[in-house]
Design a protein around this ligand. Structure first.
Ligand code: ATP
Ligand code: MG
Length: 320
């Protein structure tokens, strides 16, 4: 099958005079139609910058895609003009942000925000767009959808706002949905409902999803494929079942050991020692070396390549 999205050696840096923050530093990522790909990794490893690069919403002027390709449905998004890109955004690719208030316009009623997307991309009339907005809100489980369309975002609860944002992201039936920590700010029941909803979008509409999360529980629940990022790079990329059965990279193993378990309450929760290296000056060798329990001298000498260790299982570690 042809991939829907194929990112090749993407580099997105923040450049300020002679300082370069290498937020995304040579990643490859492939998403097939209907696939749910989870990106995991600690804070600062480049997950959001990866998704903003796909949307071409990297904060300007310092943030720049410096090299690489983002092939989507036969086009390289990196090469598109702003106009061409805005035809794709919200239409073929849409995004759900962690904090809904950043994506929703506080001075527009819920209905107007959703219809705006439809009128723009689908060229349909106001009345029909409003009908479709109400339908979409019902699909995402908003009660009293016909009344909610006349309300402002601040009148809604956090969970309802999140649903409105999902409705907005889904209303044009995108081929790819990017969800950056979509449930972190929600309580667990609402979180489960929102995840269930995204799964249904995939099942019913065939939407491919990139789901960014800190939470390996969410990964276990949702992912077909998992990409583990560390310090701007992919360190492991593998099918979800295989990841949980045979994690190979020491960093992935560390993340897994950090999952709280219900049975051993008495035990101290494990956390990976140390912190992510500074993205302005990554070490020459393995970027995880300073925190790795298996580190050897050779690890610090040259950067490990991302290699296929078993069929479909890529790992960036010289020791596995
Ligand atoms: N506007 C900015 N200017 C300079 N550097 C930035 C900017 N935004 C992000 N960065 C840097 O880019 C790197 C990647 O950040 P990114 O936001 O992608 O991390 P993340 O994996 O999404 O983290 P989190 O889990 O906290 O959301 C970090 O080193 C961060 O400090
Ligand atoms: Mg982020």
């Amino acid at each position: 099958m042809e991939p829907l999205l194929a990112i090749e050696d993407l580099r997105t840096y923040f450049i300020n005079k002679d300082v370069q923050v290498r937020a995304v530093d040579g990643i490859d990522l492939t998403v097939y139609p209907r696939q749910i790909v989870c990106i995991v990794g600690e804070s600062g490893c480049g997950k959001s910058m990866t998704s903003l690069s796909i949307m071409r919403l990297v904060p300007k002027p310092r943030g720049q895609i410096v090299s690489g390709k983002i092939k989507f449905a036969g086009k390289d998004l990196v090469q598109l003009t702003e106009q061409q890109m805005s035809d794709i955004r919200g239409n073929e690719i849409s995004m759900i942000f962690q904090e809904p208030m950043t994506a929703l316009n506080p001075v527009l009623r819920v209905g107007e925000q959703i219809t705006e997307v439809l009128i723009r991309h689908r060229k349909i009339g106001k009345r029909e767009a409003m009908k479709r907005a109400v339908e979409m809100l019902r699909v995402v489980g908003v009660p009293r959808a016909d009344e909610i369309v006349s309300e402002y975002p601040h009148q809604l609860s956090g969970g309802m706002r999140q649903r409105v944002m999902i409705a907005m992201a889904m209303v044009c039936d995108p081929k790819l949905l990017i969800a950056d920590e979509p449930t972190t700010a929600l309580d667990v029941t609402v979180q489960a409902q929102v995840l269930e909803l995204m799964k249904r979008m995939r099942d019913d509409f065939g939407t491919a999803i990139i789901l960014i999360t800190h939470d390996l529980g969410v990964v276990a629940e949702m992912a077909d494929h998992v990409v583990v990022m560390y310090a701007g790079q992919v360190v492991e990329s593998v099918g979800a079942d295989e990841l949980f059965a045979h994690p190979l990279h020491p960093y992935t193993k560390g993340l897994m050991a950090s999952i709280p378990s219900l049975d051993d309450e008495a035990e101290k929760l494990y956390s990976i020692p140390g912190t992510v290296p500074d993205a302005r000056e990554f070490p020459v060798g393995c970027r995880f070396a300073d925190r790795c329990p298996l580190v050897q001298t050779s690890c610090r000498e040259r950067p490990p390549e991302l290699r296929e260790i078993r069929p479909g299982h890529l790992v960036r570690c010289g020791l596995v």
